[in-house]
Design a protein around this ligand. Sequence first.
Ligand code: BT5
Length: 319
Amino acid sequence: MKAKVLQLLRTCEDHFVSGEHISNQLSISRTMVWKYIDALRKEGYVIKAVSNKGYHLVEEMDVVNEHAIRSRLEVDAIFQNIIYEDTVTSTQQVAYKLLGEGAPHGTLIVANEQTSGRGRLGREWYSPANTGIWMSLIMRPNIEMQQTPQLTLVAAVALARAIKEATNYDVQIKWPNDLIFNGKKIAGILTEMQSDPDRVKSVIIGIGINVNQQTFPESIANIASSLSLETRETFHRVAIIEHFLREFQWLYHTYLEKGFSFIKPLWEARAISIGEEILAKTANGELKGVAEGISDEGVLLLKDSEGNSHRIYSADIHL
Ligand code: BT5
């Protein structure tokens, strides 16, 4: 209900909306309307009340919680099952637990802080409170197992587009799972698949975005940054989440319908390091060469100094 009150206030952004209108629209008493307004104020929303006129949402703070997200969902949004927690170990871990309990396709888990956020290969992911977006999506796609890495690229395109829409800044994508701003990593994606021997059962897509952090631990300060540090502005996390969910939904559905060939040019348009000399550190050793692009399946193509072509399925890329 709080989400619906918020939605109504937002649709009348530049003028007052009467308590009576809210009460009629939502079929609740005027007293209940007042209670929801009061609760929203306590969360940090600045809502002006003028007798005979009604309520006016003057300012939205950087509030992230379930109804803040829900109030921004499109009617046909697939992410209807939203779980918000203040502090978790890792939203991936919460997602695994929920999968065990039968969580539906389109489950979204968002946390304000992670105490054991993780990256690929069990690496740590720095996830302090109040500043970043730490979220996991549970999807149950009908795709082949070898296609799941493509979902990382779909999510990367959706995230780059969402950041552009919410902040007006362009970010780049570094294969396979990094978003880069001014040469530094501002977001990472972690796609984990759960499968039977012959089919994908579910996929958890974990996304970490550095939004308003002003400092980073020394160990990553030279490679990591936030949107705020790079632009000297601050951003509303929930607006970035809103744009991401919208972008991801249509890209995901179009990908399922038309295949990866639809995503590839969108990915390439934002890719960093294509045509450049790179070092790919894979589980089987290191390879140096020129990144030629990605294949129609989303695999990185690298040509070494002897002219041999290599297909890279999984690696860390150093420029
Ligand atoms: C990733 O791994 O980039 C995937 C990150 C996914 C994080 C999300 S947050 C929500 C969900 N829940 C989780 O627990 N995880 C997901 P990888 O490519 O392996 O990069 C990890 C490396 O990035 C680390 O070894 C550090 O060098 C660096 N790093 C750690 N924290 C960072 C941060 N906040 N920003 C930028 N770089 C960071």
